[in-house]
Design a protein around this ligand. Sequence first.
Ligand SMILES: [Zn+2]
Length: 208
Amino acid sequence: MTNLPPETGTNRPLIDQLLQGGNLAFRENEFKRNPERYRELAVAQSPGVLWIGCSDSRAAPERITNAPPGELFVTRNVGNIVPAHDWSLSAVVEYSITHLKIKEILVVGHSDCGAVKALDKDLQDPYIALWLNDAREAKTRVDARIPKPETPEEHKERSHQIELENIRLQIEHLMTYPPFVRQAVDEKRIEVHGLYYDLETGGLSQVV
Ligand SMILES: [Zn+2]
C-alpha cells in the first residue's frame, strides 16, 4: 500500500494496493527483466496447459507452479467442476484444444475446499446449490466406500477423499465433451491429468 491521497468520495485501499503496489512492482521487476518474452506475448500466446482449477484465492495456478508467463491457459470456478452443460467451460476447452493446440489438460483440486465442505450443508444459496450438483457424485462415492467418520481426523480424511474423488469425477465429465476431448486423447494430441494442491504443505501432486 502506497500513501496515495484518497480520491474524492472514494476509499479504494485494495485496488490501490493492486495497481500502485503490485502492478508497479511487477512492471519494474518481472516485466522489464524479460522484455523479449513479453514482447512476444503481447501479440500471441501458445500455452501448453489448460488448467481447470478452483476459484479459491489460495490456489492461484501461476503462483503455486511458478509457471512462466504464457504457459497456462486458465479457467477457475467454485470446486474445479466440469459440468456437462456449461457454455463457458465448453468454449474454453474447445478453444484450447482446437486453436491453441494445448498439450495437457489439468483438473486441479485442493485441500480445505469450500465447495467440498458445502456438499454437506443444506444450502440456502440457490446458485451455489445448483452448481454443486455436478460434484455431488464424488461425495456419494466416498460415503459408499468408507465407514461413517466420527473423529475429527476421520472427518478430515473423508473431506480429503471427496476432494480427490471430485478430481476424478470432473475428468470423467471432461471426457464426455463430444467430440474433441476424447478424440484428442485417443489420437494422443493431449493428455488429461488430475492434480491436488495441499494448502498445508504447498505441495502439488498428481492424482490421475
Ligand atoms: Zn476449492
